[in-house]
Ligand binder design. Sequence first.
Ligand code: DOR
Ligand code: ZN
Length: 428
Amino acid sequence: MDMLLIRGGNLVDPVAETVKCVDLLIEGGKIAGISPPGAYREEPPGMGIIEASGMLVVPGLVDMHVHFREPGEEHKETVATGARSAVAGGYTAVACMPNTRPVNDCGSVTRFILDQAQRAGLARVHPIAAITRGQRGKTLTDFSELKDAGAVGLSDDGFPVANSGLMRRALEQAAVHGLKVISHCEDKVLSGKGVMNEGEVSARIGLEGIPAASEEIVVYREIALSRLTGAPVHIAHVSTSGSVSLIRRAKEEGLPVTAETAPHYFTLDHGIVQGLNPVFKVNPPLRTRRDMEAIKEGLSEGVIDVIATDHAPHGSREKQVPFEQAAFGMIGLETALPLTLALVREGVLSLAKAVKKLSFSPARILGLSGGRLVQGGEADLALIDPGEQYLFEEDQILSKSKNSPFIGQRLKGRNNLTMVGGKIVWRR
Ligand code: DOR
Ligand code: ZN
């Protein structure tokens, strides 16, 4: 069926910052028309109708930070299972980090990921390639080859590029190729053997800590390098109040610095680690209440541009072990939307701004189209019931890994349908 009408939904426009009741006509995979409700009364025979009254029609969400584990650790997640988890969560596009086995540091791995995504036919999957070969921090990868193969950004996520001279060259060359560098900000020496936030809780329970300074030192370095080179830089998974302050000042100065956080950093704090459940072990670690509040302020003021998930699937072999030995990371694609809508109810973000941080802003930072529903544009969208409450249970999780800290929680706001290029790829 080529023509489809989504009738009477509330269209969220993250750029105009409006929410309007409309009929949306989709034809040939594109948005053919956006009109006041009732405009398309003469329904041509064979036109599909989706009743959307009471629902939000949002541009398909774009997650600029996920870890799919293919190639190499397909038992945790494949491109196909990750893409399925994405579309269930309302995402139509994701950018996957290069810390696979082998690392995505050459054109052949980038092309392999794109082929797997094509085969799955669910979300659009955009590979982010490594900054350095093998993410070892020694030699830059071939940015031109990676760009030609289809990489949309560069990151050694999981590691910083510890050598500042090398990072300077990476920023300069990436800018020439129009590739955004996404920095995992961490001083690994300062993090040491830390497994959680360094503070009152780590001291009480006797676990090694990762200080806020471990992140902030490198955030400051990236800002200084952006000032030095004039090149843009994107700060991944901001977790501390100090990082928010540094990025705020960089933006006031007019530097091309952008930043993301993830829902766990504005939803959970380090107190929850007391129970020693490895599901709460993540890097950067869950921080203090004060940090959580600063992250929300940063989102509200526009200091933090993007909400990404850092979806990091791990199996029971990595997670059903003592806290100290467990792997860092939690899945997030199927919970980011309701957790972000909670910020809207709290008054931290307007609905349009929340949607912008989940779609338009990450798309623009990576130079992708989409993130806004406009006439003639791709029909990549999600239909969300903002009022639906449900218990998030392990057996509903579509990701191959179940390491979500939100299992057993009541969530509010649920994706009901996801469309990519006019094709329904997921429906509840
Ligand atoms: O918690 C994390 N998990 N942080 C990272 O930087 C990497 C990620 C992973 O790949 O599991
Ligand atoms: Zn990271």
